[in-house]
Design a binder for this molecule. Structure first.
Ligand code: AMP
Length: 307
């Protein structure tokens, strides 16, 4: 499957430590997670200063990086700082560098990809990507408040063209101009995507289908070190699972939600992408089993006594 998004060098501070110049960006977190389940092709841009060796782990996981072009200039860099409970994040600075001029060029051998994930970039560029691919079976996109405020028209055009939108809860409300999440999801679906996935951080995620709602919890972890990239790792697990199984039924989408939550939970256990490097499929399968145990219950209906 194909992913287009940012390829970054991240600087992150949490109450539990910090990292500098760590490989990050939406495309990298997505690819690291999805490559546990399926084969992944990345399109993005880095500057001449990017230490390409830091992406070698992805190549070792079978990721095709030939679509990551090197442009003259500095790589995209971002610094974020988290609050004590890790639920709030401030962007300290963003240095766009070569990312400001990014015009995705899809290599010919990527144009027949079965599935496409449009990471959080300018919706106009997301549209350009869709024009370059042939007939993907499944298309999905992510976005953020910045684009909802500044590029609403282009965003609505892209919504009409994708099968799935993944957003967090505040973005869904903002996009729809609707405080109720169920109504917000239905508003989004009426504009195109058959499926809407609303991510709620440590509280899990909700899948809205045509006439259905499915909820997956966040995996309870005793130690969360760095929430950066959890949303993209969720998207990688979710779409990686759909690409790998090839299924399009409600059951396939529900299973994919659990894979999304599992991969998101691995991402936050260590700084940067560290926990996703060389992640064993067995560890993922074990976590999926735990999800099933955590959410299974016997259905026994209470019958009120007569009178
Ligand atoms: P998430 O935690 O899912 O929001 O993703 C964080 C990742 O997004 C980090 O690795 C950043 O490098 C990347 N990022 C931050 N700001 C932007 C931006 N404006 N455009 C694209 N990627 C960004």
């Amino acid at each position: 499957m194909l992913v287009v998004g940012s390829v970054a060098l991240d600087h992150v501070e949490t109450p539990f430590g910090s990292v500098e110049e760590a490989p990050g960006g939406s495309a990298i977190y997505f690819a690291a997670a999805a490559s546990v389940l399926t084969s992944v092709q990345v399109v993005g841009v880095v500057g001449t200063d990017y230490p390409r060796g830091k992406l070698a782990f992805l190549a070792e996981q079978g990721v095709d990086l030939t679509g990551v072009e090197t442009a003259d200039g500095e790589s995209f860099r971002w610094k974020g700082r988290y609050s004590y409970d890790l639920n709030e994040r401030d962007t300290i600075w963003t240095r766009l560098g070569v990312f400001a001029q990014f015009r995705p060029r899809i290599p010919d051998h990527f144009r027949d990809s079965r599935s496409v994930f449009l990471g959080n970039i300018d919706p106009q560029l997301q549209l350009d990507v869709l024009k370059q691919v042939r007939r993907p079976r499944l298309t999905a996109c992510d976005t953020m408040n910045f684009w909802i405020e500044r590029s609403r028209e282009a965003l609505l055009t892209i919504l009409a063209r994708v099968d799935i939108l993944l957003v967090n809860d505040s973005e869904a409300r903002q996009l729809a101009g609707e405080p109720n999440l169920l109504k917000a999801a239905r508003w989004i679906q009426a504009r195109g995507p058959e499926w809407v996935v609303v991510k709620k951080g440590e509280h899990g995620a909700i899948l809205f289908g045509k006439d259905s709602v499915f909820f997956v919890p966040g995996y309870p972890l005793e130690q969360v070190l760095d929430p950066t990239g959890a949303g993209d790792a969720f998207a990688g697990g979710f779409l990686g699972c759909l690409d790998w199984t090839g299924g399009t039924s409600e059951d396939d989408f529900r299973r994919a939600m659990v894979y999304g939550s599992a991969l998101g939970s691995f991402a936050v256990e260590a700084f940067g992408v560290d926990r996703l490097i060389g992640l064993e499929p067995d560890a993922v399968v074990e976590r999926i089993r735990q999800f099933r145990d955590m959410t299974a219950f016997e259905l026994e209906m209470h019958v009120p006594p007569d009178g």
